[in-house]
Design a protein around this ligand. Structure first.
Ligand SMILES: Nc1nc2c(c(=O)[nH]1)N[C@H]1C(S)=C(S)[C@@H](COP(=O)(O)O)O[C@H]1N2
Ligand SMILES: [Mo]
Length: 279
């Protein structure tokens, strides 16, 4: 189909975000200029104003103490990530809300669906060899179902039920190399690669994800759509569903996945769209 229309909601990178709020670079600069202590207290003030004490009670515990009380041990980055995650869950709908789907975009669609058994190639900046996995490997991971909105930057959206496995579960089963001398730990970002790149078998369509988005609990590798096996035009046998981002990041016909510390190319970012494409 047509490229998504640049006149719609996402602004080209460069001028991006400047009008609609603080640009990320500004925020980062501001955060850096705060002392750790004042950042921590600012963070707590923001969170408590917003969510109150219930939020505190539900925080993960640090030796039995909710973490805001154990902040002496925390870094600014962890606090920032917790705040981000608190607000980053995409809305889920009852399954009965699901709508008829639209098919949009066929860049990278394989010419023939059955030419050879499907496999996904996994690589890492630090590996000598690629690894290959099959649908059986995907199906062996815990199945997750969710009903979320697929939003295209062309201006339409559809509520769709999805079935698949979490990308983070795939990553845990087939982990990247640790970025520290210690073991890989999905609770410790320092050990994780910064990005995950996903491409179609012919490399014609490709998306880049920051690792926080990749390990997000609603980021799924899907093989079912509205209760039926994924159809070829929707990305069979396997596609990404990431309801915290626009349709452009929901890559169909996954062929390869790479763990990398270099920000991956992204098809629509290359056409001038925002690389993050977050909602
Ligand atoms: N490989 C590939 N994936 C893709 C696209 C594409 O052109 N090629 N288009 C994207 C866009 S713009 C949207 S809105 C969604 C649409 O998914 P659907 O066809 O299942 O509704 O797929 C995304 N994934
Ligand atoms: Mo789209």
């Amino acid at each position: 189909m047509n490229p998504d229309n640049p006149e719609n909601s996402i602004e080209p990178q460069g001028s991006s975000q400047a009008e609609s709020g603080l640009p990320l670079a500004e925020v980062k600069k501001k955060m850096k200029s705060l002392t750790r202590r004042s950042l921590v207290w600012t963070a707590i003030a923001v969170v408590f104003a917003d969510k109150g004490w219930k939020w505190l009670a539900s925080r993960r515990q640090e030796n039995g103490i909710p973490w805001p009380m154990a902040i002496a041990l925390k870094t600014n980055e962890e606090i920032a990530r917790d705040l981000f995650n608190e607000h980053a869950l995409a809305k889920e709908y009852p399954k009965s809300s699901e709508e008829d789907v639209i098919d949009n975009g066929d860049i990278g669609r394989p010419e023939s669906e059955n030419s050879s058994p499907w496999k996904i190639t996994v690589s890492d900046d630090n590996w000598d060899h690629d690894m290959h996995f099959t649908m059986a490997d995907i199906l062996s991971l815990p199945k997750v179902e969710m009903t979320t909105e697929l939003r295209c930057i062309e201006g339409w959206s559809r509520i769709v039920s999805w079935g698949g496995c979490r990308l983070v579960d795939f990553m845990k089963a087939h982990p990247p190399s640790s970025r520290t001398s210690g073991a890989i730990d999905f609770g410790n970002f320092a050990t994780l690669p910064e990005y995950v790149s996903i491409t179609t078998p012919d490399d014609d369509y490709y998306v880049g994800l920051d690792v926080t988005s990749a390990i997000h609990p609603q980021t799924l590798l899907c093989y079912e759509m509205n209760g039926k096996p994924l159809e070829p035009k929707h990305g069979a046998p396997l596609r990404l569903v990431i309801p915290t981002k626009y349709g452009i990041k929901n890559i169909k016909w996954i062929g390869a996945l790479t763990y990398t510390d270099t920000r991956p190319d992204d098809y629509w970012a290359d056409q001038g769209y925002d690389w993050y494409a977050g909602l």
